[in-house]
Write a protein that binds this ligand. Structure first.
Ligand code: SF4
Length: 284
């Protein structure tokens, strides 16, 4: 696909974009989620077209360490991510709890009849997707934390780490998962079902979140999201919609749209002069 633009990136104060290049738009659940909220198109270009990694926030870094303690890998690196320590060299209690929670995952899940013997972690899964509203097939991809079985049935487990499961500070809490958006769960079931290389029979897997907190209670929740065939149309609509949004942004030359939280973890925040360093005043 060719892309051209008249926009001079120097005027925007960010790295210059090549004037013309072949780009491929691939859709993932995280791109869909990003396009559903306030976003900066240039940031999406850097992350989802060029594949640059955003900067991890503290809570993201904790999640990466949790993942490392779970399976000795983070999906990207096999090296242990750096853990911050106190000035006296001691560990922060948060990190101790994160490690303890990760260490008990196997025995806890076995009490729920999950079989993790044939452990399959960090599975990159993709499918070619065609739709009459798109000019060409596109690749839809995702990274599944773990494929396992429960009572003999194939399942996907997605691990989540959170400070407090029963958070009073959030509209959305893992204590009431029905209020949350489960695009990721449906998308992963859909992806797995379609991928005939690893799933020749087209089996629909079960999907579970295994949520662990690192607050004093060290609580956890196991949540199953039930397959719902009516969601297929929603997933496919979201994919097509995301593809067209990306195409629109491409047509406009991936403009910058600064916003405090977007800029905070943007891969090019150090070179972008449009970066927003202060929060907006809230209106009530
Ligand atoms: S720093 Fe902010 S404005 Fe600049 S590209 Fe990144 S998200 Fe957009």
């Amino acid at each position: 696909m060719l892309w051209t633009t008249d926009i001079d990136s120097h005027m925007l104060g960010v790295e210059e974009l090549p004037k013309q290049e072949n780009i491929t738009i691939q859709v993932s659940q995280s791109l869909i989620k990003n396009l559903d909220k306030e976003y900066c198109p240039r940031r999406l270009y850097e992350q989802y077209i060029l594949g640059k990694e955003g900067e991890a926030t503290e809570s993201m870094q904790k999640g990466i360490l949790f993942e490392y303690y779970l399976n000795g890998s983070t999906g990207i690196h096999n090296k242990k991510p750096l853990e911050p320590v106190m000035k006296n060299g001691k560990r922060y209690v948060d990190y101790e709890r994160i490690e303890q929670q990760a260490r008990r995952v196997g025995s806890l899940l076995s009490q729920y009849d999950f079989c993790l013997d044939d452990q399959i972690y960090n599975v990159e899964i993709s499918t070619m997707f065609e739709h009459p509203d798109m000019p060409q097939p596109i690749i839809v991809r995702g990274r599944i934390d773990q494929i396992a079985t429960r009572k003999g049935k194939l399942c996907i487990i997605d691990y989540k780490l959170t400070k407090k499961i029963d958070s009073d500070h959030s509209l959305y809490s893992w204590k009431s998962p029905s209020t949350m958006n489960h695009t990721q769960a449906y998308m992963y079931m859909w992806l797995y079902m379609r991928n005939r290389e690893i799933n020749p029979n087209g089996t629909i897997p079960q999907f579970y979140y295994a949520v662990f907190e690192y607050d004093t209670k060290m609580d956890y929740e196991i949540i199953q999201v039930e397959w719902d065939a009516t969601k297929i149309r929603e997933i496919e609509y979201a994919i097509v919609n995301s593809y067209h949004k990306m195409l629109d942004e491409q047509g406009q030359g991936w403009p910058v749209r600064p916003a405090f939280y977007e800029c905070l973890t943007c891969p090019i925040k150090n070179s972008c002069k449009q970066r927003k360093k202060i929060k907006d005043i809230k209106l009530v």
